[in-house]
Design a protein around this ligand. Structure first.
Ligand code: GTP
Ligand code: SPV
Ligand code: MN
Length: 587
């Protein structure tokens, strides 16, 4: 077996030989990333009934994967960052010493691929020719992981060619499916060793190691050392009717609207406006020599939430899903088409576990709430091929899912108050992670599950990055999810979010006045256009923009207590900015 470990990178060979000795696969397969390889894996998985072909007339080259019912979302409580010092990692993460981390998982990997094929996936995060690209090798026994990585990253022979010349500078990711018991599941990160060991889950963020494990947890750690940021952000280009385009990055927690905003189609009342999709989940942000902040999307595909995706809410996504798409945990119609809540007028015949409508319990959704689609960026009609050097960011949005309190939009007065707005984010939990849904928790910068180091150091790093920018992006906070007394969303959201983006762009270009408030700048009511939004009155808009000073101050008191948990690492300027804002809100 070891004779097959013959790359031109000795560091890679040494690690792979160790892995082979540990997991004892029956064969090793180097993934070349070709379409033929993908097709072969898909047909093997269809033969073994791990994948199900969907209706090939209406959904050509689309397949359904049903995961184990206990393996449907990220497992945050089983996710660890392992370092020498606990204080490097902070209370925002589960920590083990590196030694203990290895000791906990290594016995599970022993002999874990006996009788199975070990796939070696050389992958690249970011455009292959980008100076910002980062490389990794994922070893897995899951063909589902291989076919997903093919869509989500650049992978295969051309990447190995690059890794051959990298020496030790690539991430080593070891993944094994195991028996999928949550009792034998760990997602361990070793940032000091550029290593990930993931055992016992086949699900997206736990198993596609290029995504959250590498491009956020390890990358954020590396970015701190090197002076850049790895963030849970979408990237869009916003083009106005005059043809001017600005780029915006936005951090919303999982299942809080990144994919939807990234593919927004403006309503008819916004002729000439167009949104270009650069990325929908992760952004790497670099201070440029010109004092601006430059962004790349390290991913090559979308791993998006299916429920709620419709012709009306997200037409770009709805159409790109009609071919070449892998679906995970959606329901099925009688004609073998994928089905999810909020899709269209069709009815489901089977739920995500394959039970027929009569067998499935009433009131249970037919698609799992975290059912996903995997599709290459190239399939999206609004996708903009990114330049290797990235795109310049004019505005950053932080957004949370808040039924109450948080206004539709406000603009921070400066970088520091923008960092405060991001760090103060609280959001209701969603089905993207296992655990209770709808629980309000602190989720600074939408990075609670993804920051690979101590939040105190992270906020300090954000402040430092701002100091390098002579032309920093303006920072905004948005909330699409405010509800009225009857629990209805007050803001129509989706395509109508362009109305807020229009204000964001105008403010970023210094083209519009605003009201000054303790929170920052608020729109003058009529500056958020309601043209064509027939069922919304200016009074309703005013309610969406209303800030209850006392209640907001109380929220920030809680935030302040949260910040202090990370002291002495929490920057004192952040604490002071928070205290000053509380005082202003109260007066
Ligand atoms: P992850 O992939 O988990 O990081 O999620 P995401 O942030 O990309 O969220 P996504 O865009 O997939 O949206 C998640 C859910 O929120 C879907 O069910 C959407 O239909 C819903 N949603 C997205 N945008 C809006 C909006 O503007 N208003 C409302 N009410 N719901 C929205
Ligand atoms: C998220 O949960 O934020 C996702 C899906 O984008 S996963 O890849 O599982 O992290
Ligand atoms: Mn995400």
């Amino acid at each position: 077996m070891n004779s097959q470990i013959n790359s031109a990178n000795q560091y890679l060979n040494d690690w792979l030989k160790q892995v082979v000795d540990q997991v004892q696969p029956s064969q090793v397969k180097w993934c070349d990333g070709s379409d033929e390889e993908y097709d072969q894996l898909v047909s093997d998985m269809v033969a073994s009934q791990d994948l199900m072909p969907l209706n090939q007339e209406t959904y050509p080259n689309c397949f359904l994967y049903r995961s184990h019912p206990d393996d449907v979302a990220r497992s945050e409580h089983l996710t660890y960052i392992c370092t020498k010092e606990k204080s490097d990692v902070g209370d925002n993460n589960n920590w083990l010493s590196s030694q203990d981390g290895h000791q906990r998982v290594d016995p599970l990997f022993a002999g874990s691929m006996k009788g199975r094929t070990m796939y070696v996936i050389p992958y690249c995060m970011g455009p292959l020719e980008s100076p910002y690209a980062q490389f990794g090798v994922e070893v897995t026994d899951s063909p589902y992981v291989v076919v997903n990585m093919k869509k989500m990253t650049t992978m295969g022979s051309q990447v190995l060619e690059k890794i051959n010349h990298l020496g030790p500078k690539f991430v080593r990711g070891l993944h094994c499916t195991g028996d999928l018991s949550p009792n034998r599941r760990w997602i361990m990160h070793f940032p000091e060793e550029m290593m990930i060991k993931s055992f016992g889950s086949g699900y997206g963020g736990n198993a596609l190691l290029g995504k959250k494990c590498h491009a956020l947890r390890l990358a954020s750690y590396q970015a701190k050392q090197e002076g850049w940021l790895a963030e849970h952000m979408l990237i869009v280009g916003i083009e106005n009717p005059q043809g001017e385009k600005v780029y915006v990055a936005a951090a919303f927690p999982s299942a809080c609207g990144k994919t939807n905003l990234a593919m927004l189609i403006p309503p008819e009342s916004y002729p000439g406006w167009k949104i270009w999709t650069v990325g929908d989940d992760i952004a790497w942000l670099f201070p440029g020599d010109d004092g601006r902040l430059w962004a790349i999307n390290p991913e090559a595909g979308f791993f998006g939430v299916a429920p709620g995706t419709s012709e009306k809410t997200n037409p770009h996504a709805f159409h790109m899903l009609r071919k070449n798409t892998l679906f995970t945990n959606v329901g099925l119609t009688a004609s073998n088409e994928p089905w999810w809540e909020g899709k269209d007028k069709s009815s489901p015949a089977y739920n995500w576990r394959g039970q027929s409508a009569s067998e499935s319990t009433n009131s249970q959704p037919f698609a799992h709430p975290n059912a996903r689609f995997t599709v290459s960026c190239a399939e999206c009609s609004s996708y903009e091929q990114q330049p290797p050097g990235g795109v310049p960011i004019s505005a950053i949005l932080f957004g949370s899912r808040r039924a109450e309190l948080v206004p539709l939009v406000f603009q921070a007065k400066n970088w520091l108050e923008g960092v405060l707005a991001g760090a103060a984010m609280c959001s209701e939990t969603t089905a993207a992670a296992t655990g209770e849904i709808g629980v309000l928790r602190n989720d600074p910068m939408a990075m609670k599950p993804f920051c690979g180091y101590n939040f105190g150091d992270y906020w300090a790093h954000w402040i430092e990055v701002g100091k390098k920018l002579s032309h920093p992006p303006q920072i905004f906070h948005v909330n699409w999810f405010r509800q009225d007394k009857d629990g209805q969303f007050m803001w129509p959201g989706f395509g109508e979010n362009i109305r807020v983006l229009e204000w964001v762009v105008a403010r970023s270009n210094n083209r519009l006045d605003a009201q000054v408030s303790p929170l920052g700048y608020l729109p003058i009511g009529s500056d958020i256009s309601l043209t064509g939004l027939d069922d919304m009155t200016p009074e309703e808009l005013a309610r969406l923009l209303y800030v209850d000073g006392a209640a907001y101050a109380a929220h920030l008191e809680n935030v302040l207590a949260y910040f202090k948990k990370f002291s002495p690492k929490t920057p004192s300027v952040l604490l002071e900015a928070c205290q000053a804002m509380i005082a202003q809100l109260k007066s």
